[in-house]
Design a protein around this ligand. Sequence first.
Ligand code: BDR
Ligand code: CA
Length: 311
Amino acid sequence: LRKIIIDTDPGQDDAVAILLALSAPETIDVLGITAVAGNVPLPLTSKNARVVCELAGWTDIPVFAGCNAPLKRRLVTAEHVHGKTGLDGADLPDPTMPLQDRHAVDFIIDTLRSEPAKTVTLCPLGPLTNIATAMMRAPDIISRIQEIVLMGGAYFEVGNITPAAEFNIYVDPDAADIVFKSGISLTVMPLDVTHKVLTTPVRIEAFRQMGTPVGQTLAGWIDFFDRFDMEKYGSDGAPLHDPCVIAYLLQPDLFTGRHINVQIETGSDLTLGMTVADWWGVTDHPPNATLMGDVDADGFFDLLTRQIAKL
Ligand code: BDR
Ligand code: CA
């Protein structure tokens, strides 16, 4: 059983990732969900995380609110993709389960200190502000993290929020820099992977056909953010970014990549938040991340459909 903390800014694709994790309690133990400001401001991401838990029937998962702004910069949000609520596309009731009193960063620190060392994996699906803050405030936790599997960055596929940068890294490049320099084993799902798992109409229909509230909701969410991305990329569906992180925990052999050096641009205005990846090994900088480059997209959707049907 793999113990994880999901750090997230829901976001429809974050929501699908959370559902995927909650669908596999025999493999994944979700210790808690920590919300961060990103796609929408913190009051909405911390609410949306609870909306998703309730939809899945997991009302006892503790949800914590974390940082409401990047370390050094003003928050950039993405309502143009996710809608005003961050979860546009389905009408769900306000959550009744409470938000925990403790700050998300304290929860991350306390959990890593109280669980045996190297038994907790962090799964960041948004800007890395909570994770970097925890590392700065309590450096002793760094060596206790088992692994960080995150969605962020881009290399051949380049950026989605600027020509050079992917959204999660761009929003808080200073936090990303801290995490990428932490020395922790990092597994990274960049746009190069996520743009290969496209929500085609046939794949969405499979969720709708389930006839369950979760299947219907998921189809509604995807329909909503599909529109923006299909127009932008001229593709047959939208990339389902964040679920790649959880799919990796469940079926790592769906993904292939390289263990290489990745650095974060924190200075330049032009390329702020760029993940500079030494894919071809042209420097002697030591590897700090396994950057995924390819995915079996049909295998991914088989897994996702199978799992979501269980909820
Ligand atoms: C990332 O940005 C957010 O909009 C998505 O939820 C995903 O985490 C993709 O760049
Ligand atoms: Ca996200």
